[in-house]
Unconditional design. Structure first.
Length: 297
């Protein structure tokens, strides 16, 4: 393969064995000169990827979690440069949702093969996201789990989720989809998804697809541990649409207004607080390396 390749590595997420396997795979395929960019924070992935593209990289291999991938995608969206992912985070929802290879050797083999697809991604208040974004329960859970996820991994989110389900107070929200009002009232969470898959095969939004030119939105009204448990059971049974605690819809543009500023998250990373969130889909904006030419649905 003659393409110029760059590798962006989140040094706080990637262990020595993953790095060794990645370097060995690159050497095995004799890829020649590869530009390496080491970062310590996922948000720095945007600057590193932009620098790589500016220097002629046709493929940017991102080794890190969903936050690093999200940041790099901001620089790669709308370009011809291809994103390849070596998942090295806690959740890795982007890689698992698309069934991307996880072994560095398989990732580099896919890069050499050159198979790719174009995916939608979304923006929230001008910032790119690939998987999900939202406010309320999910943002509070992510913020609460931040300190413990390096030690406890996914369990940190479980523990935080239980606490938030018991304590989360409703807020007033107005949600509009393509200029039509979908919801006005009290909610505990508003989620917008491009990819609807969570861990262990759970589909938070079963109709979400990164190739349909739409974003999916779920307005959650579950309040208290019992109602949240009922909603989770519906999700496990793939019956979210029938739950009295969730309202689902789709659109190219979604606007969410709150009664006051609330914390919001993009792809598992908290991004501060806002009183209004404006979402928009970016159709087929991101070129992603895959192991086979089959497209996700």
């Amino acid at each position: 393969m003659s393409a110029e390749i760059a590798v962006v590595v989140n040094s706080r997420k990637v262990d020595k064995s993953t790095m060794s396997a990645l370097k060995a795979a690159i050497a095995e395929h004799e890829l020649g000169k590869v530009a390496w960019y080491s970062i310590e924070h996922g948000s720095d992935g945007a600057k590193a990827a932009a620098k790589a593209v500016g220097r002629g990289a046709e493929v940017v291999v991102v080794c890190g979690g969903d936050g690093t991938v999200r940041a790099a995608s901001e620089a790669l969206s709308g370009t011809e440069s291809m994103l390849a992912v070596v998942p090295a985070g806690t959740a890795n929802l982007f890689a698992t949702g698309l069934k991307l290879p996880s072994d560095p050797a398989d990732v580099i083999a896919a890069v050499v093969a050159g198979a790719s697809i174009r995916l939608d991604n979304g923006t929230c208040n001008g910032q790119t996201f690939n998987v999900m974004a939202g406010s309320g329960f999910d943002a509070a859970m992510i913020a609460d789990a931040e300190d413990g996820k390096e030690r406890w991994g996914t369990l940190a989110y479980v523990k935080s989720g239980i606490r938030e389900a018991r304590a989360r107070e409703p807020f007033v929200a107005t949600v509009r989809v393509d200029d039509d009002t979908l919801f006005e009232g009290e909610a505990t969470c508003v989620l917008v998804a491009n990819i609807g898959s969570l861990k262990a095969g759970v589909e938070a939004m079963p109709d979400a697809s990164p190739v349909d030119g739409l974003l999916d939105v779920a307005v959650i009204t579950a309040n208290g541990a019992r109602e949240w448990a009922s909603l989770m059971l519906s999700a496990l049974r793939h019956r979210q649409q029938s739950s009295s605690h969730a309202l689902l819809s789709q659109g190219a543009r979604i606007s969410v207004k709150f009664d006051e500023k609330h914390r919001f998250e993009l792809d598992g990373g908290c991004k501060g607080k806002a009183k209004k969130l404006d979402f928009e889909v970016m159709p087929l904006a991101l070129r992603v390396c895959i192991a086979s030419p089959a497209s996700p649905t």
